[in-house]
Design a protein around this ligand. Structure first.
Ligand code: PLP
Length: 621
């Protein structure tokens, strides 16, 4: 499961084979115990475990990485991060970042009016930035300007040229002097899945000509001092550190060019993009990154300084807008395995072929008996042909249902035998490449992919998935994961691997004890992009603090959305639903399909479900 490779030290596997969260040296707690306690309290799963201490640790690590690079290079400016709340607006997340970042004057970034309203209410260090990105209307701009009167260091980012006029107009009307940033379309691009966020065709930002027009316009207005920040962003999850360096060089040259044109910029904002190593491979693969947070900080500080020295301009305050890297690690989705289905494996339970069996079944019996490492390819192809014939003959009425059952079980047994023979082969014939996936068991887990891991569905993002315990036991099954939505896309068939992406995940035979899987690194974007497909709502969550001595405390348990909330969000009202059921029940009593006692019970059950969790609620979980 590669835990040491992707966990960044925030999780580990104990000697007892259990996954533990390790928010700082000396602090550790097994996830299984936390989940068991939640279940003992009578709460239902799935649940998201959130560890605010991990967020605090990530904020500290990022800030200290920049501070030590600044010290090492003798950089004369300082670093001030901002957290883009779109990555996760949950209260516990924003407040944890704000609290851990207070002493570093780590600020916030809002990309909409609603996000700004939320950010303005936060307690922040007076120097901390509150950057307003995204397209803006007058209301957004006014709110941002009011923020300055509240003593907040609000900077309005100009994302397109026409916003400048709007800002100036509103600022004059309110009598508030604005502070503005300007987003520049770098020609440099990121790497990985969000490459398109940068470059000339990017959605946001001004080109070089428009940048100079902003400076000219502000000079005419005698407001050059209000342009304080140059802002750039080349996309999230940058996998290759070279792309960061190239972009920062271009951004710093642009900064120097603006200074030369008369601007008095204070901040250089390099945007987001600091990656998360989801697969632990430390490569430029899209789910990974070939650098550390320390290297990221050091390369940015070094590059900015180098250009500033060469251009003889002051070294600016460096701002970055990391979101993913601060929040991904803090949350783990716990999914109970509720059932396992898969290709028939119980050959022994079926009657062996006899005199009365169809010839095709006898043929398959013979293939199985004679597979060797020399003829497996031929055996496989024969079996595929025989299975096709078996089905054709069944359709025509020549093969009985028991023969079909035996034939299908034989086919799966042949595939399993072949898979075993090729498992250590270097060269696998093309037609056998998907064998593992075809043979895999489906572990049905109590969760919705669309609500909890939407990026796996939408953009094939990979998340490490690990059983919470039994890690000192060799897994005996190869599995894919399916969720409980009625959507065949609700499945996970891609798993992390150091060299490749795997089609199956090794898992244990679930026993009498509930078997829980954790989906890790899901604290960035997933919580907020999730959707209510099939009306599966927000998942319950537990906020957990780890204490010394392997202890922990569940500080807060927030129940997931109730069915009623989900139904009401679609425009229905609860009394209307209850009335409709009552009317039908009354009619059923008249029609004598229901008794008065049964009606009471029915209405009680109905009401209970309206107030219940939208996920499966089995006794054992
Ligand atoms: N800043 C801007 C302008 C963004 O568009 C984004 C997201 O793409 C971020 C910051 C956050 O990026 P990340 O989560 O990669 O740190």
């Amino acid at each position: 499961y590669q835990v040491p490779n992707w966990s960044g030290g925030w999780f580990r596997v104990s000697d007892k084979g259990a996954v533990e969260v390790t928010p700082s040296p000396g602090l550790h707690a097994p996830l299984r115990s936390i989940v068991d306690e939640i279940v003992e309290r009578g709460e239902s799963l799935p649940v998201i475990l959130r560890f605010p201490q991990v967020i605090a640790g990530r904020v500290k690590h990022l800030n200290e990485s920049f501070q030590s690079a600044i010290q090492e290079y003798g950089y004369t400016g300082h670093y001030q991060g901002v957290f883009p709340i779109k990555v996760n607006q949950r209260r516990v997340v924003v407040e944890s970042v704000a609290a851990a970042g207070f002493d570093y004057a780590h600020g916030l970034e809002a990309g909409s009016k609603a996000e700004l309203a939320l950010c303005l209410a936060q307690k922040m260090h007076p120097d901390a930035l509150l950057c307003c990105n995204g397209f803006k209307d007058d209301g957004f701009i006014k709110l941002a300007l009011w923020g300055r009167t509240l003593g907040k260091n609000v900077v309005i980012t100009i994302e397109k040229y026409s916003e400048l006029d709007r800002i100036l107009k509103q600022a004059k009307a309110l009598g508030v002097r604005p502070a503005m940033g300007v987003r520049f379309k770098l020609h440099a691009r990121g790497s990985g899945q969000w490459e398109e966020s940068g470059g000339d065709q990017a959605k946001f930002g001004l080109n070089a000509y428009e940048l100079l027009r902003v400076v000219e316009r502000l000079r005419e207005e005698d407001m050059l001092d209000t342009l304080v920040m140059l802002h750039t962003h080349i996309g999230s999850q940058i996998t290759d550190i070279r792309r960061v360096k190239v972009a920062v060089r271009e951004a710093t040259q642009t900064y120097a060019g603006l200074i030369a044109a008369g601007a008095q910029l204070k901040y250089l904002n390099v945007g987001g993009g600091l990656g998360v190593d989801y697969d632990g491979s430390k490569t430029t693969f899209y789910a990974s990154m070939n650098y550390t947070v320390k290297e990221y900080a050091a390369d940015i500080v070094y590059t900015v300084q180098e250009v500033c020295k060469a251009r003889s301009v002051p070294e600016p305050v460096i701002v970055s807008e990391s979101g993913r890297a601060l929040t991904a690690h803090h949350a783990v989705l716990i999914m109970p395995v509720v059932d396992v289905t898969g290709p028939t494996r119980d050959l022994e339970d079926l009657a062996p072929a006899d005199e009365g069996s169809h010839q095709i079944v006898k043929d398959m019996e013979e293939i199985l008996a004679n597979i060797t490492s020399r003829n497996y390819r031929e055996s496989y192809n024969d079996a595929v042909g025989d299975k096709q014939t078996l089905h054709n003959l069944f359709d025509l009425g020549y093969v009985t249902l028991p023969d079909r059952a035996r034939g299908e079980a034989l086919f799966n047994a042949i595939l399993r035998r072949v898979a075993k023979l090729i498992q250590n082969e270097k060269y696998v014939p093309d037609e056998l490449e998907d064998l593992q996936k075809v043979l895999a068991d489906k572990f049905i887990c109590n969760f919705s992919l669309f609500q909890s891991l939407p990026d796996n569905w939408a953009i094939q993002a990979l998340f490490p998935i690990v059983p919470l315990d039994r890690l000192n036991e060799k897994p005996t099954r190869q599995a894919t994961i399916v969720d409980i939505t009625c959507d065949s896309d609700g499945k996970i068939e891609k798993f992390i691997d150091l060299r490749d992406v795997k089609a199956t995940l090794p898992l244990h035979e679930p026993g009498d004890r509930p078997y829980y899987l954790g989906a890790f690194l899901m604290g960035a974007y997933q919580d907020v992009l999730g959707s209510a497909h099939n009306l599966f709502g927000k998942v319950s969550e537990a906020h957990v603090t780890v204490r010394p001595g392997g202890r922990y405390a569940i500080d807060l348990f927030v129940r997931g959305q109730k069915a009623r909330r989900m139904i009401e969000s679609m425009g229905y009202e609860e009394p209307m639903l209850r009335d409709a059921i009552e009317d039908q029940a009354d009619a059923a009593i008249k029609a004598k399909t229901l008794t008065a006692d049964q009606e009471n019970e029915l209405l009680e059950d109905y009401g209970e479900e309206l107030l219940g969790y939208t996920y499966l609620e089995y006794e054992e979980s």
